[in-house]
Design a binder for this molecule. Structure first.
Ligand code: DGY
Length: 318
């Protein structure tokens, strides 16, 4: 079979696939222009990879395609109705990255509240020459109120850390009520506006869909406390990025920690990178060695199942 591998497929998994199939790996290319990519795509039986835009235009060039296996839990890069119409299976990698992403979201909460990257630079640049005063203090995380938007697996794992590790009070907003979360972490369900008004920390971890696109913008940031900290561990498209920049500059909120951007890789001139009250990461939530390898392995399993006519374990479009 011909397998088109794109961006993040870990080497041991790629090598194992190469033993069985004709695999071509692509990275950092313009998928609309690259001749080798377009030529291989026209013959490909399967695609495995991260964040390749699989839309109608691409599918027109891939007449033999049977499976598209995403190496991620998010699948906003896939046009599911279009894939389904063409009888092409789409799969993702849920479950195995849950704790890794939750750890990272908590890392953003802690590093933003306690200004860890900024103070790291302060020490390393030799500025720690005398006893510090309040201009360098951060804000507490423990015993504060955490508002989680999106209570899927990862939201649940963030709530667990917050409740058991940091004695935080959990409020959440989600498509549906989660009785298990309410019971285990004494979490309270709220409408979005109330959550924004009440939270000390707002953590966005919802998937990017038509319904969630741009769901947090100027109005929502203005509802937050001026001492509030905003964390985005979902997708750049779930917020209006310029409105976040304005909210941070105007003092509508205190600080933000973001792992995701509207455009990735982020433009080095993006204002979020210039602000002192932001902590920024390169969309690395699931990227520990262990978890990336497991994600690639699961994606390969999904791919192989689909290619051999079996139902993949993580089929998105049944
Ligand atoms: C995911 O799995 O969706 C992570 O955000 C990596 O893209």
């Amino acid at each position: 079979m011909k397998i088109l591998a794109y961006e993040r497929v870990e080497k041991p998994v790629l090598d194992a696939l190469k033993e069985k199939h004709d695999v071509r790996f692509f990275k950092n290319i313009d998928t609309k222009q690259d001749k080798e990519f377009i030529e291989f795509l026209s013959e490909a039986d399967g695609i495995i990879g991260l964040a390749l835009d699989v839309n109608k235009e691409l599918l027109e060039k891939a007449p033999k395609l049977k499976v598209v296996s995403n190496v991620s839990v998010g699948y906003n890069n896939l046009d599911i109705p279009e894939l389904t119409k063409r009888n092409i299976m789409a799969t993702n990698t849920p479950g195995i990255l849950t704790d890794t992403v939750a750890d990272m979201a908590f890392g953003l909460i802690l590093s933003t509240a306690r200004r860890i990257p900024e103070l790291d630079q302060f020490v390393k640049n030799g500025h720690w020459t005398e006893s510090l005063t309040e201009e360098h203090y951060g804000t507490d995380v423990h015993h504060k109120k955490l508002g989680i938007i999106g209570m899927g697996r990862i939201g649940n794992a963030i709530a667990k850390r917050a409740h058991h590790g940091f004695d935080m009070e959990i409020i959440y907003h989600s498509r549906s009520r989660k009785p298990n979360v309410e019971k285990e972490y004494q979490a309270t369900y709220m409408d979005l506006d109330s959550l924004l008004q009440e939270s000390d920390f707002v953590c966005l971890i919802t998937p990017l869909t038509k319904e969630t696109e741009g769901m947090i913008g100027k109005r929502e940031f203005q509802l937050m406390k001026k001492s509030g900290i905003f964390i985005n561990a979902s997708r750049g498209g779930t917020i209006v990025e310029q409105d976040l920049i304005d909210a941070l500059k105007n003092g509508d909120i205190l600080a933000a920690g973001v792992d995701v951007f509207e455009q990735e890789p982020v433009d080095s001139n993006n204002e979020l990178l210039k602000l002192k009250n932001t902590v920024t990461l390169p969309h690395i939530g699931s990227s520990s060695y262990e978890t990336e390898l497991k994600m690639s392995q699961l994606a390969a399993e999904n791919l192989e199942a689909g290619l051999s006519g079996r139902k993949p374990p993580n089929l998105i479009n049944p």
